[in-house]
Design a protein around this ligand. Structure first.
Ligand SMILES: [Zn+2]
Ligand SMILES: [Zn+2]
Length: 229
């Protein structure tokens, strides 16, 4: 792999997942996923969030794209999960290990950490239900880095790409906070301190077992608790 690569910072959207960033690097530079993994492999650190993809040298990748991918991702992970955390919980408990994608966003090469958050069931930008199954063979997809001889992460059964780049590259559509249309997600992001304190007091004992949870009902419970106090 060359030391200088084709890369533009304005290809990145807000809350973009590391999965999506690695896919863009590979597509833009015609690198296979296994070449990328080989070039950036490092001893796996289990203290890293699985959302960063363990076993990759994140500092080396950041250096290559001149972007603080790890700290930006951790900021998003913390921002979404911190008010849900009980003393026994870990931020990763609130994110799906199965991969969820939006049909619209995936056509523009974009995948968001929001899609992996257990309290987000629909794309905050398009209000489309998020999907977990391959659009061709219906196999359930996992948030993982498969070392495959293809430029994009793909279904392990039928090889259908998960994200499509050819319609967008090199002018990727980017999403900003002002593109968020989901009122529930905006309410979560703009939650005031009193609501946050109530949320912190709620325990989610079965969160590790569940795929997706209903954000609207949590927001409703909080507003009811606030109203009655
Ligand atoms: Zn979308
Ligand atoms: Zn498939």
């Amino acid at each position: 792999m060359q030391e200088r690569i084709t890369w533009r910072k304005d290809w990145l959207s807000i809350y973009e997942s590391p999965f999506s960033v690695y896919d863009k690097i590979c597509y833009a530079n015609v690198i296979t996923q296994n070449e990328f993994f080989k070039h950036f492999s490092s001893p796996s650190d289990s203290s890293d969030s699985f959302l960063l993809i363990r076993g990759l040298d994140h500092a080396k990748i950041e250096n290559l794209i001149s972007y603080p991918l790890k700290s930006q991702s951790l900021n998003t992970i913390t921002m979404l999960s911190e008010d849900f955390l009980n003393y026994k919980d870990h931020p990763d408990d609130f994110f799906n290990k199965n991969l969820y994608y939006c049909s619209h966003c995936s056509m523009t090469g974009y995948h968001s950490l929001f899609f992996q958050f257990k309290y987000v069931k629909e794309c905050p930008f398009h209000l489309e239900p998020l999907k977990n199954n391959c659009r061709v063979c219906n196999k359930s997809l996992t948030y993982n880095f498969h070392k495959i001889p293809l430029n994009t992460q793909s279904c392990t059964k039928c090889k259908e790409p998960i994200l499509f780049h050819k319609h967008s590259y090199p002018n990727y559509k980017t999403y900003t906070k002002s593109d968020i249309k989901s009122q529930d997600v905006l309410d979560l992001l703009n939650m005031d301190i009193k609501f946050k304190q109530i949320l912190k007091g709620i325990s989610f004992p079965r969160i590790k077992l569940r795929e997706k949870e209903d954000l609207n009902s949590v927001l409703y419970i909080i507003s009811e608790i606030k109203r009655s106090t």
